[in-house]
Design a protein around this ligand. Structure first.
Ligand code: ATP
Length: 236
């Protein structure tokens, strides 16, 4: 279980996260829905150790606090982040980017198998394994970013707007790969603006507004929830 409890975060005087509680069980897929600026990226960054929450916040993995763990040690604990904007190394090849992801100790023993798994998930990457990443399409770069995160052998994979700026057909391809990732038992914490596709692969979801959680339900219920319809799905 990855548990976030009473998480608050300030940027100067601005309270970006206000007493957030979110949990994900091993193997579960959870989506955080919210408008721009709601604080979704900040939540993922806090879990990844990239920003420092307020004192009373709790972030725990399998019951052990990971709050205060430096960002480069978070993958070692079993949590990987695919950041918004992907964070891939453009001047390195696909293969080199993947290899960099295998740095945590927990990943080294299974590096060869994981390379094979990622090429199975994304056959396009196998074809282009020696290609420089900056010469690839946005969708392919997103596959590299997800592949690199998976190389760390995570228990939980956090994805910040993976569909952003991609053509619908590429988004469909990415999400069908994410379904296969789910089948390997990895828990997914997803931040998305593409509400319908993200609910289609999620077990549960949370609604975020101005730094607070304002709703939580099963994905099935959220698909027909009036507030979700109104805010995100063009309903009235
Ligand atoms: P988006 O989808 O636009 O990224 P979001 O829901 O992910 O939105 P955050 O990026 O987490 O939201 O931002 C939450 C709030 O905190 C916003 O008001 C934003 O302007 C502010 N904020 C984010 N990063 C910083 C920062 N480094 N310094 C100051 N304020 C910040």
């Amino acid at each position: 279980m990855l548990e976030i409890r009473n998480l608050s975060l300030r940027y100067g005087r601005h309270l970006a996260l206000d007493d957030i509680s979110v949990s994900i069980a091993q193997g579960e897929t959870v989506v955080i829905l919210g408008a721009n600026g709601a604080g979704k990226s900040s939540l993922l960054k806090a879990v990844a150790g990239l920003v420092k929450p307020e004192g009373k916040s709790v972030i725990a993995l399998e019951g052990n606090s990971i709050l205060g763990t430096p960002p480069h040690r978070i993958p070692e604990a079993g949590i990987a982040l695919v950041p918004e904007g992907r964070g891939v190394f453009g001047d390195l090849t696909v293969e080199e980017n993947l290899t960099l992801g295998a740095n945590p100790k927990r990943a080294r023993a299974t590096e060869v198998e994981r390379h094979a798994l990622i090429f199975e998930l994304f056959p396009r990457l196998a074809e282009r394994r020696n290609q420089m990443v900056r010469t690839m399409s946005g969708g392919e770069q997103q596959m590299v970013a997800i592949g690199r995160a998976l190389m760390s052998n995570p228990k939980y994979l956090m994805l910040d707007e993976p569909s952003l700026g991609l053509a619908p057909i590429v988004v469909t391809e990415l999400f069908s790969a994410l379904r296969k990732v789910q089948q390997t038992g990895v828990g997914l914490l997803l931040v998305e603006q593409n509400v319908s596709i993200s609910l289609s692969i999620s077990d549960r979801g949370y609604l975020m507004e101005a730094g607070r959680i304002v709703g939580e339900n099963t994905a099935e219920a959220l698909k027909t929830d009036a507030a979700v319809q109104k805010a995100f799905l063009g309903g009235t």
